[in-house]
Write a protein that binds this ligand. Sequence first.
Ligand code: AMP
Length: 410
Amino acid sequence: MKFSQYHITEGIKKSISKLEYKKPTDIQFKSIPPILKGEDVLAIAQTGTGKTAAFVIPILHLLHTRKIFGRQDGVRCLVMAPTHELALQIEAVFNNLGKHTRVKSFCIHGGVDQAPQIMQLDKGVDVLIATPGRLFDLVSQGALILTRVEILVLDEADHMLDLGFIKDIRDLIRHLPKKRQTLFFSATINDEIKTLAYSLVTKAIRIQISPKDPVAKNIKHAVAFIEMDDKRFFLEYLIKSNDEQKMLIFVRTKVRAERVKKALERVDIVTDTIHSDKLQSERELTMKNFRKGDLKVLIATDVSARGIDIPNVEYVVNYDLPETSENYVHRVGRTGRGSQKGQAVSFCSSEEKEVLVQIENNLGKPIERLEISKNDYQYTIEISAEKSNDWKSLLKDAEEVPNRKKKKKK
Ligand code: AMP
């Protein structure tokens, strides 16, 4: 099936071909037809599967072709997303795909002044993409009317629950009309998510994407056994031998993110970090540079990178193993987006082997091993240690980073 065969507005098809989407992904193939028919959908799909366009395409068509009442009467579609980054990303997909439609999309999130957001809402918005906290604030202040909502989307519902948004969501639902179309997306499913989902949807079409192998087929992922103290040498080697590639490196904590950055800078590798200690404006600038490719190596923590869509990340490195298999799936899912190919490697030290076993148990299969011979292992360390002349003192230096005042990078 090709996009040209769908009964959707020509303007949307034009934007789809501009984005060079050749054919629908699995989730798009399964969800676009029922959404176009006005049905509720409950979809279990990870990011990276094309799930955003799976709801954006039919919503744009529905809103574009339905009769428009006065925009000032309130928003017609509400999309809730867990983080600023994800909300902005969804807004970008609405804007890209909706360029040749009459649909006006707008994103609101916390951490910034609300006055300009209220001004924009007063002017009139069709699709509002929002994080639950700011959304709830504006509704409480009477600055946002939700009585006209025809379509409600909950994206990454599991992550919203993790972040404790359940009460905000429940409170908000009371402001929405009962007769509406609801689209519920989650990467994982458990009893709590099921309860929330079934309290929102009516006779939903259930869609589940690759439940057996949560890591997309186009991602080649492997684990390499590397001791904690040696990890930085292998990271340096990996970056330098793939210097044209865009790399996303995951670490366990924000303190470690800064340490790894410092260690890489000492061997002349330009990098930046994204984590919750950074200002929203800093995070946005870093993401912009990384998206554009001006920054090739980005170090991130789990929370900051969840759900982020960065085109063309060729390599994901788990510098530290994640604590859960869910995070493993999310991290490696940052590469191989849509139909692109991707590669991921996890550094696993002796201390982390137990976590690896748990991750593999939950994934339901072993992760491929990247064998490193004893000689190659030693050689990598020696070469790196030679170049970074006095690395022991450098590391000591890096250990002190968390105590220093954070300064703007790049
Ligand atoms: P998502 O799962 O929504 O975060 O999307 C992941 C990536 O897949 C994004 O970079 C999209 O631009 C890309 N994408 C979405 N749909 C398609 C498609 N039909 N063909 C190729 N790439 C796509």
